[in-house]
Write a protein that binds this ligand. Structure first.
Ligand code: SF4
Length: 280
């Protein structure tokens, strides 16, 4: 018996299959697809039952930096200076560090000071990576919704650039650590699905993905190929079929693994349901 089958048997003893009172989500986003592929049970808790996931320091920092870059790029190109970027720090404190977020991450004065210091470094580092006054953008926080083979896909793209040769480039900001140098296929998975969304929605396939690791000052790039775009779209279609089937069955299998469970907000729920969550 595989570990997945063992989890299903155990889960049944704890009330699965169940009838969901919540509707299926209207669409599948690249990040939710990643959730589902990592562990269908996590997708169930997050996207079907909509159980909120508390903010973490890392997610709060990521949203804070994204807020600043989004607002910087909404300015006319000539106004995108480092001083203007720093002017968005105060508005970001109000917009991102809500009472709920502060409670989730137990924010006190010293944690706020640490966050602001890191954001300041990110802004400095980012401006050493590129000059946003010379970037031609086709879209900021671009909302793309399409249907591919009856699968509703939706995502919000950080930035879609047009380079000097007229090609579209997908740009994604990353505030975490650099991936392993042998970047596995997961590193570009979300962005490659965004490329499929662009192709369907805009009738044009981006030629390249740029992941801007703004805390580290490094950009990682990969060309977009037709084969990869088709494979990402097919994988999303396949996942949506399985999501609908599991929803009907009332049972999204748990697929615990040390890596996946480590950053999962639903460990306690899982343990309560009898799913063995591997130790770190
Ligand atoms: S703790 Fe692990 S098995 Fe449970 S939902 Fe999260 S990722 Fe899945």
């Amino acid at each position: 018996m595989t570990s997945q089958e063992r989890c299903r048997v155990t889960a049944r003893a704890y009330g699965y299959p169940m009838t969901f009172t919540q509707a299926l989500p209207k669409s599948l986003s690249p990040s939710r697809l990643a959730d589902f592929q990592a562990c269908p049970r996590r997708y169930q808790h997050a996207s079907i039952e909509r159980i909120p996931q508390p903010a973490t320091y890392a997610t709060a920092k990521g949203r804070f930096a994204h807020y600043i870059f989004e607002h910087l790029f909404l300015l006319p190109a000539e106004d995108r200076t480092i001083d203007q970027a720093r002017n968005f720090v105060d508005p970001a404190i109000g917009a991102i560090l809500t009472d709920d977020v502060r409670r989730d991450i137990s924010m006190d004065d010293s944690l706020l000071a640490k966050l602001l210091e890191e954001i300041s470094e990110i802004i400095t580092t980012y401006f050493a990576m590129e000059d946003p006054r010379h970037v031609h953008t086709e879209g900021i926080e671009l909302r793309l919704g399409v249907e591919v083979d009856e699968t509703p896909l939706f995502g919000i793209l950080d930035r879609l650039d047009r380079d000097d040769e007229g090609n579209l480039i997908i740009v994604d900001y990353k505030t975490g650590s650099l991936p392993n140098r042998n970047f596995d296929s997961h590193t570009f998975a979300n962005a490659e699905l965004y490329a499929a969304l662009c192709r369907e929605k805009l009738g044009e396939t981006p030629v390249k993905i740029r992941l801007l690791y703004v805390a580290k000052g490094e950009a990682i790039e990969r060309p977009v190929t037709d084969v990869v775009v088709k494979a990402r779209a097919a994988s999303a279609v396949n996942a949506w079929e399985r999501i609908k089937r599991y929803y009907q069955d009332g049972d999204f299998p748990a697929t615990p693994s040390a890596n996946t469970c480590r950053f999962c907000s639903y460990k306690d729920l899982c343990r309560a349901d009898g799913v063995p969550v591997p130790p770190r």
